[in-house]
Design a protein around this ligand. Structure first.
Ligand SMILES: Cc1ncc(C[n+]2csc(CCOP(=O)(O)OP(=O)(O)O)c2C)c(N)n1
Ligand SMILES: [Mg+2]
Length: 559
């Protein structure tokens, strides 16, 4: 034992290790399985805030949203079996979204491991496929080493979640060990020969198209990409739920290459001769179920730039594969003089985007598209907009104009219940910025209990609950596949505004379009977390079609 090191219990060593990593905020639900960690956090409470949530599902989404927003690892603390299982959804989301996260789980002591002791699960097996790395810290003196390894892994290459299990004996034991300095962020760079190859490909290109997406970007890199693309006249799209990587007002912006894609944009991607994809994995949602590019050999000359080497050639064999961090790649991009034929195509793409972006009239007294447009036009440019999963999000994707970096928080794994807790985390992480959460009625109630967390910590932001009385997405698919055979998709909902008020939040109900703006102003002025229920006509199932039209079409095609 070194004389100059103080003896600390495992919980204190771990809490100090988190502070050494620069962690300022952790989310979780306490458990008796990790009391020493709570005790250690008591000593550093001025440096590291513990946001205590009401369900680990909400906490794990908050940790994920924090990681997505800040680029730093989101930290999640949960107890054994029940906490670990509840908390899984944010880990799955973080993995698919390439978000840095570190999850700590209490674990039974090594004296009783493998007996199926109380709430015992082997987390290595449970989280094996969901996390970048799963480990258990069996020796107290190795806590700083494991924590350093965990943060390096979560932040490196393609970022993602790491899970560390904490046996009770590790936490209660004592040791005299040194803290470890903050982890480096490790991202590969690009070689000059690769840049030359890219240059040659682009110089020959008649109809190039750029897609930006994925996790691991910086504000500077996204701004530089915009300047570069505008200077060259290149059209740029963003991948599914990464619409904030490129200023949507730019003349180079062509729209989002995501779910419910503008058909004209889909055609443009298909027709591109060179496709430069930076950061997007080219997953099912971004490729319109692997149809925009043919797998495994795309017709377009694909230049795929990804920070995770294993993503290159995973589905598509690229013409040029570049394993690089995005800031590193963008700094190395060769300057192109304006190509007028590219610029013409970018201008056409942008005007097709603007046309698509315009709200269409929908059935009912609430024009939800107009409401999203009003929010887009009236909220400060840096407002963070968190959204969940369900058809209600399509209006947000289509009619909101994302103007600056990290203003969109959405689950690319289409996981319901994300928007509300993501809103809480965003407001706590960036208290000076306005935050808006857009939720569905089904989606919201998956984590509506986190209003209590918002109230407890003063996370004063506005959440919309878009109420159609349906698990609408599933109803839409049902009517298309099995028209008229509705089953299991109706919802009988509470009075959402009263629900919010019961928690001490502000509640509003909107039944006509014109009621929205004053309700929003009152919500912001209330000085509390606020919820606005927006009642829409259930027939208005997407921004451009109705349930009844989908049913009729399906019935006709089956005749
Ligand atoms: C956690 C989770 N459970 C189930 C689903 C399947 N699912 C996708 S959308 C949806 C319905 C969403 O309903 P709602 O939030 O009311 O939005 P709407 O589609 O009605 O606008 C369901 C059940 C999912 N994506 N995530
Ligand atoms: Mg609904």
């Amino acid at each position: 034992m070194k004389a100059d090191l103080k003896t600390r219990h495992g919980g204190k060593i771990l809490a100090d290790a988190l502070v050494a990593q620069g962690v300022k905020m952790a989310f979780g639900v306490p458990g008796e399985s990790y009391l020493p960690l709570l005790d250690g956090m008591h000593d550093v409470r001025g440096q590291l805030q513990f946001v205590v949530c009401r369900q680990e599902g909400g906490a794990s989404y908050m940790a994920e949203a924090y990681g997505k927003l800040t680029g730093e690892a989101g930290v999640l603390l949960v107890t054994r079996g029940p906490g670990a299982t509840n908390g899984a959804i944010g880990v799955h989301t973080g993995f698919q979204d390439s978000t840095p996260m570190v999850m700590f789980i209490g674990q039974v002591g090594n004296d009783m491991v493998e007996r199926e002791a109380f709430q015992e699960i082997d987390y290595r097996r449970m989280y094996g496929q969901m996390a970048k790395w799963v480990a258990q810290i069996d020796r107290v003196e190795r806590i700083p080493e494991y924590v350093s390894h965990a943060f390096h892994t979560a932040l490196a290459g393609r970022p993602g979640p790491v899970v560390l299990a904490l046996p009770e004996d590790t936490l209660f034991s004592e040791a005299a060990v040194a803290d470890v300095d903050r982890a480096h962020v490790v991202r590969p760079g690009v070689s000059s020969s690769q840049i030359n190859e890219l240059k040659n490909l682009l110089e020959e290109a008649k109809s190039p198209f750029v897609v930006a997406g994925g996790g691991g970007w910086t504000r500077e890199a996204s701004q530089k990409l915009q300047k570069w693309a505008e200077a060259a006249g290149l059209p740029v799209g963003t991948s599914f739920r990464c619409q904030d990587l490129f200023d949507n007002r730019s003349p180079s912006y062509a729209g989002d290459v995501g779910i419910g894609i503008n058909p004209k944009l889909a055609q443009r991607v298909k027709d591109a001769d060179v496709l430069l994809v930076i950061g997007a994995r080219l997953g099912e949602m971004t490729t319109s179920a692997y149809t925009l590019l043919e797998a495994p050999q795309p017709r377009q000359a694909l230049v795929h730039v990804h920070a995770g080497a294993e993503e290159l050639g995973r589905v598509y064999r690229p013409a040029l594969a570049i394993n690089s961090g995005y800031p590193q790649f963008i700094d190395a991009l060769p300057a192109f003089r304006k190509n007028t034929s590219w610029e013409k195509s970018a201008a056409q793409a942008h005007s097709q985007y603007l046309e698509w972006h315009e709200p269409r009239p929908m059935p009912g007294k609430v024009q939800y598209g107009e409401i999203i447009r009003w929010l887009s036009d009236n909220l400060p440019e840096d407002t963070i907009v968190a959204g969940g999963a369900g058809n209600f999000a399509s209006w947000l994707h289509r009619h909101f104009t994302y103007k600056t970096f990290r203003t969109q928080l959405g689950p690319t794994n289409g996981s319901m219940g994300y928007g509300y807790p993501a809103g809480v985390a965003a407001k706590l992480a960036a208290p000076k910025r306005q935050v808006l959460a857009v939720c569905g009625d089904g989606d919201f109630l998956m984590n509506g209990q986190e209003i209590a967390t918002a109230v407890q910590y003063g996370a004063n932001f506005v959440a919309l609950v878009v109420n159609n009385g349906l698990y609408g997405t599933i109803r839409m698919h049902q009517e298309r596949e099995y028209p008229g055979r509705v089953f299991g998709t109706d919802l009988r909902n509470p009075d959402f505004a009263a629900y919010a008020r019961a928690f001490g939040a502000h509640g509003e109900t909107v039944e006509r379009t014109e009621e929205f703006a004053p309700a929003y102003e009152r919500a912001v002025k209330s000085g509390k977390p606020a919820l606005i229920e927006v009642r829409i006509d259930p027939d208005a199932i997407t921004p451009s079609s109705t349930l009844s039209a989908i049913r009729e079409k399906a019935l006709k095609s089956k005749q």
